[in-house]
Design a protein around this ligand. Structure first.
Ligand code: SAH
Ligand code: DHB
Ligand code: MG
Length: 219
């Protein structure tokens, strides 16, 4: 078992399950042309976000970490008419690329992009709560703060997804001095004490190596 069989399987399932999609392909190529890092969710992971949003009937979604809007397109496509995606991005350049990609995908009217450090934007979103679904995918060091805000802006039944919690197994290093790993581990320590959630982790392999995401339901 190695990375090549994982990525080969991604290619196989993409061709078997996913349709050719100009807007999504364009979002990735425009992001690349603008010099954004290639760290968006994979196509199959994007479809998974879309399916979860649809399965829970999400009408309001909050994303932390927009990048070029690739995951945002998937999430926005899952919204019913009148639904809304609020997405938070630190870098103006990323937000500009995302705005164009979302508009080209035909979902721009459903999406608000807020530029700035998410920790500064989040306190201003109280009037938009509750959100049905959260996708936390920004600076991992701040994951505990982002989850705390998600809990504040959730209702019973809301779902919180936190990307990149396995990181090739680096999450196992309890003595890591890496801020991202420390953030992920502190998030789990705080979830353990939190009575209002039930959670699991889905470990993943494929285009993005060995990683995984936390899947959390608010009680
Ligand atoms: N969800 C995207 C990928 C996000 S990559 C997708 O799958 O398509 C992580 C993004 O978080 C980057 O664009 C980065 O600029 C942004 N980010 C990093 N720190 C941030 C912060 N403090 N507040 C908001 N966004 C931040
Ligand atoms: C990185 C960030 C992500 O959100 C991701 O899914 C993969 C990698 C990174 O910063 O390296
Ligand atoms: Mg991620």
């Amino acid at each position: 078992m190695n990375d090549s069989v994982w990525t080969d399987a991604d290619r196989y399932f993409e061709s078997a399950i996913l349709k050719d999609d100009d807007a999504l392909r364009g979002a990735l190529s425009e992001s690349k042309a603008a010099g954004l890092p290639a760290i968006a969710v994979s196509p199959l992971q994007g479809k998974q976000l879309y399916l979860i949003a649809k399965m829970i009937g999400a009408k309001k979604i909050l994303e932390v970490g927009t990048l070029g809007g690739y995951s945002a397109i998937w999430l926005a496509r899952a919204l019913p008419p009148g639904g809304k995606l609020v997405t938070l991005e630190y870098e103006q350049k990323h937000a500009d690329v995302a705005r164009k990609n979302l508009d080209r995908a035909g979902v721009g009217a459903l999406v608000d992009i807020h530029v700035g450090a998410a920790i500064g934007t989040l306190p201003k979103l109280a009037s938009e709560a509750p959100f049905d679904l959260f996708f936390i995918d920004a600076d991992k060091a701040s994951n505990p703060d982002y989850v705390a805000f998600a809990l504040k802006y959730a209702r019973p039944g809301s779902v919180i997804i936190v990307d990149n919690v396995v990181r090739g197994g680096r999450v196992l290093d309890a003595h890591s001095d890496n801020a991202d790993i420390k953030g992920v581990r502190r998030m789990f320590a705080e979830l353990e004490k939190e009575g209002r959630v039930e959670a699991t982790v889905i470990q993943t392999v494929g285009d993005k190596g060995y990683d995984g995401y936390a899947l959390i339901r608010v009680i």
